[in-house]
Design a protein around this ligand. Structure first.
Ligand code: T3D
Length: 267
């Protein structure tokens, strides 16, 4: 008698698309959404699919349960066939970060709980971050004899300045949500019960804006991180040429003249 095929493993990343927003939820709550290899592949695929989906104009990244993401699943690392760390970064972590930064749609991190290790890095790779009062952030790499990765050493000095970045990275100092707000790492802190609604409200605002202008703004901000003023000015001018040629720009002007809200279509 033929045996029936093994059931497919449960997805560890959930995606819901509604009202032009893709909500991507890390969904291994019993392990604080620690990242396994299949989960990393699912997360990258989810981001790339949302980036390519014409029905999506903004993305929310969040976690299920009491954590945002506890970083690498340390139990998986103990498995005998665990790949070398550098390979894991090059082949699975780094492509997620690149997909998030190359995605031309804005990504709102709804940080619902602890963001540790590469989970902190994922939060940093979002365009905007809002946090529940119960959220916290810790690099945690030093505690296990590792180097902050998945973009943490790139994002943190740029977002917080060199001194604070060094304190977090070298001392593994944890941050509460209130600390993160004070440092400018998150845009707002809300009661945990309000986080999903607040993230949705921000994503809805973004989804109603002119998509090309948002994409070009994201590109200009990223580029400015590492380019001289002269280059930033040139890039702004080139992107503005493009934005100025869109139907959405014409619609924005028309709406202003007619004293009504604009209806941006992405054209
Ligand atoms: O491939 C590579 O390794 C290279 C890439 C590395 C990137 C990285 O992310 S390295 C950093 C990895 N992450 C960590 O070191 C964080 C480890 N976790 C913690 O420090 C703490 O769990 C937290 C600060 C995140 C939360 O603490 P707490 O007290 O709220 O929860 P807990 O009791 O420690 O954890 C609850 C459960 O989640 C527990 O499982 P159990 O005992 O109830 O069955 C714990 O084992 C599990 N868990 C938490 N973090 C991880 C994890 N399981 C696997 N991997 C984890 N990272």
């Amino acid at each position: 008698m033929e045996s029936s095929p093994a059931p497919a493993p449960a997805p560890t990343v959930r995606v819901e698309v509604a009202d032009a927003i893709a909500t991507i939820t890390l969904a291994r709550p019993a392990a604080l959404n620690a990242l396994t290899i299949p989960m990393k592949l699912e997360l990258r695929a989810a981001i790339e699919a949302a980036a390519a989906d014409p029905a999506v104009r903004a993305i929310v990244l969040t976690g299920e349960g009491r954590a945002f993401c506890a970083g690498q699943d340390l139990k998986e690392r103990l498995e005998p066939d665990a790949p070398p760390l550098g390979e894991e970064l090059r082949e699975r972590y780094n492509p997620i970060v690149v997909a998030m930064r190359q995605c031309w749609k804005p990504i709102v991190g709804a940080i619902n709980g602890v963001a540790a290790g590469a989970g902190f890095s994922l939060a940093l790779a979002c365009d905007l971050r809002i946090a529940a009062e119960t959220a916290s952030f810790v690099l945690a790499f030093g505690r296990i004899g590792l180097v902050p990765d998945s973009g943490a050493t790139w994002f943190l000095p740029r977002l917080l300045g060199a001194a604070k970045a060094a304190e977090l990275a070298l001392l593994d100092e944890p941050l509460t949500a209130a600390d993160a707000f004070r440092l400018g790492l998150v845009s707002r802190v809300v009661p945990a019960a309000d986080l999903a609604a607040e993230a949705r409200a921000i994503a809805l605002r973004l989804a109603a804006m002119a998509p090309y202008a948002l994409a070009a703004t994201k590109e200009a901000l990223d580029s400015a991180f590492h380019s001289p003023l002269r280059h930033a000015l040139d890039l702004e001018a080139a992107l503005q040429d493009e934005a100025g040629g869109t139907a959405d720009h014409a619609e924005g002007i028309a709406a202003f003249m007619e004293k009504r809200p604009p209806r941006f279509t992405g054209e």
